[in-house]
Design a protein around this ligand. Structure first.
Ligand SMILES: [Zn+2]
Length: 326
């Protein structure tokens, strides 16, 4: 995979190129960026280039050498990848400890070894301590690459020992042109809607597009109806059973969080009261996601119905507040 695949990777990639040119590619690189910006693809390009025997002048892997072939087959002996054993789980201290043993070995094929830790913000304290030890005793022949969607959650001790490379949210026109290239079946307007829901992350927008634009539009209409307090929760909850409920709830949560950040900027008396209501909705979503993910709650229709009733209660309060301050 070449970094050119995603045009918004150009700037962070030139940061890597510069470090490489000056022969000061760090031992630990923290790749930071939101979901849906292609962090993993960026990391994979970087790993390919580090392991490749003949990277080109722009530090792109050649794609031909033995190392590149091993990488393509996902069997490179000098590369290790660590991630949570199941989605939502934390990386265990044992997984980090294994790295320490691997670190003492010499590279077998390439001039260096690479380690990729995805979701580096998903660790408990003992795993971080173990990782810290690795970072404190860097090896010349090992590059540690950490991915995080939330740099703020990482301990300062870890962050300060890594060189951060941030994958930016692309400008709207760059994202749009990439999406049009990706799938020509949608209009500009449709992609813009999906981008808005995705907070500008093109890969999330593309995924939503694949899930079906019609479903998206229905969802947006339903949310608007809920927020006006005019939905019929019984019928709507039944209709929603055809959706991926968890992803729908996460989307609504993201929409509410966007509202909150906008309100935070205005700093008026009403905004504080509204923010509180929107936070109630966010909490309610978190709670519902937990219930939906739990094995003990088979009746998802009832759960969603209950969720909708609560949202409408908060929506009513929001409307009352807006009426009071109008
Ligand atoms: Zn190569």
């Amino acid at each position: 995979m070449s970094p050119a695949e995603y045009s918004w990777h150009q700037t962070p990639w030139s940061q890597i190129q510069l470090m490489q040119e000056q022969e000061r590619l760090p031992h630990a690189i923290l790749i930071s960026g939101r979901v849906g910006l292609g962090k993993k693809a960026f990391a994979n390009s970087l790993i390919n280039s580090i392991l490749c025997s003949h990277p080109d002048s722009e530090f792109n892997a050649c794609g031909q050498c033995h190392s590149c072939q091993l990488r393509a087959a996902d069997t490179h002996p000098d590369h290790t990848e660590i991630s949570p054993e199941a989605p939502g789980k934390q990386i265990k201290v044992d997984q980090i400890r294994q790295l320490k043993e691997a670190q003492s070995l010499m590279p077998k094929v390439s001039a260096a070894k690479t380690v990729l830790i995805t979701e580096a913000d998903q660790m408990n304290v003992s795993a971080y301590n173990s990782l810290l030890k690795l970072l404190e005793e860097p090896r010349d022949n090992t590059v540690l690459i950490l991915l995080t969607r939330n740099r703020d959650q990482l301990p300062v001790t870890i962050k300060s020992r890594c060189q951060t490379v941030t994958i930016p949210v692309p400008a709207a026109e760059i994202a749009l042109s990439w999406l049009k290239n990706h799938d020509a079946n949608f209009t500009d307007e449709q992609w813009q809607t999906l981008l808005r829901i995705s907070h500008g992350a093109p890969l999330v927008a593309a995924e939503l597009g694949e899930a079906g634009l019609e479903q998206q539009q229905q969802l947006l209409r339903d949310i608007a109806t809920l927020m006006r307090g005019q939905a019929n929760p019984v019928t709507m909850a039944v209709e929603w059973q055809s959706f991926d409920l968890k992803s729908v709830l996460l989307q609504i949560q993201a929409m509410m969080q966007t509202k909150i950040s906008k309100l935070l900027q205005s700093e008026t008396e009403i905004s504080a009261a509204l923010i509180q209501q929107y936070w109630h909705i966010v909490d309610c979503i978190t709670h519902t996601i937990k219930l939906i993910s739990s094995q003990n709650n088979p009746n998802k229709t009832l759960l969603i119905e209950d969720f909708m009733v609560k949202i409408m209660q908060h929506a009513n309060q929001i409307q009352q507040l807006q009426g009071m301050y109008r």
